[in-house]
Design a protein. Structure first.
Length: 270
């Protein structure tokens, strides 16, 4: 049996190519990426929202409390998304070798680097939160500049603050491109997922069971998080290739810095 087509990470991709290639990777490897995301999302959210916030045993709540909004969101940002991103990066790197990715190995690879990814994401999250509390826009700016923190840790081996600096360098000059691609990726991911989950929300309300709504949330995040991680990783490699293709700055030759009189003394006598 032939292996999957090798994913080229060494070429530039336009926005259309980035999204198109991401969709191709997502659907061709859907069983794998969903098998990576679902257990991560399910375990974390069942513990946090299901047991901690008692959504497994409560009636349907039409309006979420502040805790029910902030706690799952924070857990998704600090734990779920980074772990799925690390595992998805492993899938992308495996595809770049022409091999077939395996969900179990991808999850293990994500767990192996989760601690340094978590530390770097926490540092970024603190800065982003301060920016959001200040004037909102600084938080948005920082969120884009530090988008590639998981990639900096997993791909470049950066740790702690160096991962933040690595992401900052990568997005320098590409802030708007990064923002636009990520917004498009989220729209592409969340619109279809929301349509799939709406029937579960209606069922949760009619049955008066918040657990059904929680199942819908777990399904949505399991479907969307891997696609967004794929887009972010391909964008990371795209920007890296673009930076490498830029001609280096032309530095003056040493002789150009010499005073004219000194050059005249060194000139050969006719």
């Amino acid at each position: 049996m032939n292996g999957p087509e090798r994913l080229d990470l060494t070429r530039e991709r336009g926005v259309g190519d980035l999204l198109g290639d991401s969709l191709t990777v997502y659907f061709r490897n859907f069983a794998t990426v969903f098998a990576v995301a679902f257990p991560i999302v399910a375990v974390v959210q069942l513990i946090v929202s299901g047991i901690g916030l008692e959504q497994l045993t409560s009636g349907y709540r039409e309006t979420a409390t502040t805790a029910e909004t902030l706690i799952p969101t924070g857990v998704s940002y600090l734990v779920v998304a980074p772990l799925i991103a690390a595992a998805t990066i492993h899938v992308i790197q495996t595809l770049s070798t022409g091999e077939r990715p395996h969900a179990g190995r991808a999850i293990q690879a994500g767990l192996d680097v989760f601690l340094p990814v978590f530390v770097a994401v926490v540092l970024a999250g603190i800065g982003i939160a301060i920016g959001l509390l200040a004037l909102i826009l600084p938080g948005l700016y920082l969120a884009v500049r530090w988008l590639f923190v998981p990639q900096a840790v997993v791909i470049d081996g950066a740790r702690g603050g160096e991962a933040l600096r690595g992401s900052w360098r990568m997005t320098g000059g590409y802030w708007w491109r990064t923002l636009g691609v990520v917004l498009l990726a989220n729209v592409i991911a969340f619109l279809p997922a929301t349509l799939l989950v709406l029937p579960l929300q209606a069922l949760a309300e009619s049955a008066d069971r918040q657990a059904i709504a929680l199942a819908g949330m777990i399904l949505t995040e399991s479907l969307t998080a891997p696609f967004v991680a794929i887009v972010a990783t391909l964008l990371f490699f795209d920007i890296r290739v673009r930076r490498a293709a830029k001609p280096p700055a032309i530095e003056p030759r040493p002789e150009d810095d010499e005073p004219d009189a000194e050059r005249d003394e060194q000139a050969p006598t006719p």
